[in-house]
Design a protein around this ligand. Structure first.
Ligand code: E4P
Length: 218
């Protein structure tokens, strides 16, 4: 399972890149707004900076709600960086735009996916990846990871090439579960990425090794 960072924060992306375990980045309008980005030109500049740091797919979301607007934004985004994935919502308009953009060989990440049927339709429209939103389903009392499991199973059964990108992950257990159910990619906030590595016994063990070494070397 590949690891993507779900952030538009350049410092977090730099820190993640230093660890060498980040294969891509997902952004969205909320994440951009959190970084004070409120104009297309600023979003473009931030995305270009991200692409200079991470040598992998960078997902950039459209903000238009009509098909023509999404297509024109998608074509524009496709020129920004070497490896863009245009994020389109799981709506009628999103899928119509997807069908056109994928015919132009533009890679698409189908976002805001909350059902297997949405994912199936996106795969048939040529989505490069589909993003089931685990945490948001959990938030309303559904089993978000079951959606990832079902999509993975059905895509494998029919040999569909669309990658399953587990999104809206909220804690390290989500990462383990996503890997167990066979997600191709997990995208997560930087805090969760940090939690993947953290273990109190590692910290205690390291402190103990150093303590013993210092005693012995006196
Ligand atoms: C995915 O691409 C989305 O940006 C993201 O995972 C949404 O997560 P949230 O539900 O925590 O906002």
């Amino acid at each position: 399972m590949k690891i993507f960072l779900d952030t538009a924060n350049i410092d977090e992306i730099r820190q993640g890149a230093r660890l060498g375990a980040v294969h891509g980045v997902t952004t969205n309008p909320s994440l951009a707004a959190k970084e004070g980005i409120g104009a297309a030109s600023a979003y473009k500049a931030a995305v270009q900076e991200i692409a200079d740091i991470i040598d992998g797919p960078i997902s950039v979301e459209v903000v238009s709600t009509d098909v023509e607007g999404m297509i024109s934004e998608g074509r524009d985004i496709a020129e920004w960086i070497p490896n863009p994935w245009v994020k389109l919502p799981s709506t009628t308009e999103g899928l119509e735009a997807m069908a056109t953009l994928t015919r132009d060989n533009i890679k698409v990440n189908q976002t805001l996916c909350f059902s297997v049927n949405q994912a199936l339709l996106g795969a048939h429209c040529g989505a490069t990846a589909v993003s089931p939103f685990v945490g948001r389903l959990d938030d309303i009392g559904h089993d978000g990871m079951q959606l990832v499991r079902d999509i993975v199973e059905i895509f494998r059964q029919y040999n569909l090439k669309t990658e399953v990108l587990a999104a809206s992950l909220r804690h390290p257990l989500h990462c383990i579960q996503a890997a167990k159910v066979g997600a191709d990619i997990a995208t997560m906030p930087f805090s969760v990425f940090g939690q993947m590595l953290k273990h109190p016994l590692t910290d205690a063990g390291q402190a103990r090794f150093l303590q013993d070494w210092n005693k012995a070397s006196k």
